[in-house]
Design a protein around this ligand. Structure first.
Ligand code: PEP
Length: 262
């Protein structure tokens, strides 16, 4: 049983999947399955799905977010979408620093910091992704890596703003691979991140921060990961594309904290 006083957040990252019609259908299917959730429920969808997703989620407990944003508010940045645009359309969340953006699209700790800053300025909640490569874990530098990523991304972010930052610990070797960190590994790194937050912001802010685990979380392994005291939910890729699987993870999050939040 996870005794944490924090309310977990289960967020789906659809990546580059589903057109607007499919997005609306999946949300309509998921809505009744998660209607009684005690945890936060979010879908981070492709930009072109935002409108349809927001319409489909209207009146429900499902919040909608995007998967990236640019740091400038507007201007000559062909192909980019600003945080303000996301907020204006009605999105409430945005992912920054996903490992796929870092590995495939050149995101650095510095650009992740700028995106996160812009998102907060626009009134969004940030889901900030950090995580190590397999070689870094084998070299025993996991904590160093995630501490550096987190520290740089949070530079200039105040304790009050930290309340709108969710940190997603996502070991890169576990994303989309079917490999999952053990519950102990997820808990240990999350504890390390919380320790850093304590150094930067003080214990109370650190204790209130939501730290998710992401990396092949699914209906079968969610319960043991979410039962960890330092793990406050999940960022879910593949399993968020199936209503029943995603709802099972939401149910696992609720079950993991029922006693402590009752
Ligand atoms: C992700 O995209 O953040 C993720 C964790 O993907 P998956 O669940 O498919 O590993």
């Amino acid at each position: 049983m996870n005794q944490s006083p924090r309310t977990p957040v289960i967020a789906g990252n659809w990546k580059m999947n589903l057109n607007p019609g499919e997005a609306a259908a999946l949300i309509r299917e998921t809505k009744p399955l998660v209607a009684d959730a005690g945890c936060g429920v979010v879908f981070c969808v492709p930009f072109v799905d935002l409108h349809a997703a927001l319409e489909a989620a209207r009146g429900s407990n499902i919040k909608i977010g995007a998967q990236n944003c640019h740091w400038e508010e507007k201007g000559a940045f062909t192909g980019e979408i600003s945080a303000r645009m996301l907020r204006d359309i009605g999105a409430e969340y945005v992912i920054t620093g996903h490992s796929e953006r870092r590995a495939l699209f050149g995101d650095t700790n510095e650009t992740v910091a700028r995106r996160s800053r812009a998102a907060l300025d626009a009134g969004l909640t940030v889901i900030l992704c950090v995580g190590e490569y397999l070689e870094q874990r084998q070299q025993d530098i996991t904590l160093e890596v995630v501490r550096t990523q987190t520290k740089i991304a949070l530079a200039g972010i105040s304790a009050a703003e930290l309340a709108r930052v969710i940190i997603a610990y996502e070991p890169v070797w576990a994303i989309g691979t079917g490999l999952t960190a053990t519950a102990e590994q997820a808990n240990e790194v999350s504890r390390g991140i919380r320790g850093l937050l304590g150094e930067l912001y003080g214990q109370a802010s650190a204790d209130g921060a939501v730290i998710q685990y992401g990396g092949s979380m699914n209906a079968a392994n969610a319960a043991s990961l979410l039962a960890q005291p330092e793990v406050d939910g999940g960022l879910i890729g593949g399993a968020s594309l199936k209503a029943a699987d995603f709802a099972a993870i939401v149910a696992a999050a609720d079950a993991s904290g029922t006693a402590s939040r009752a």
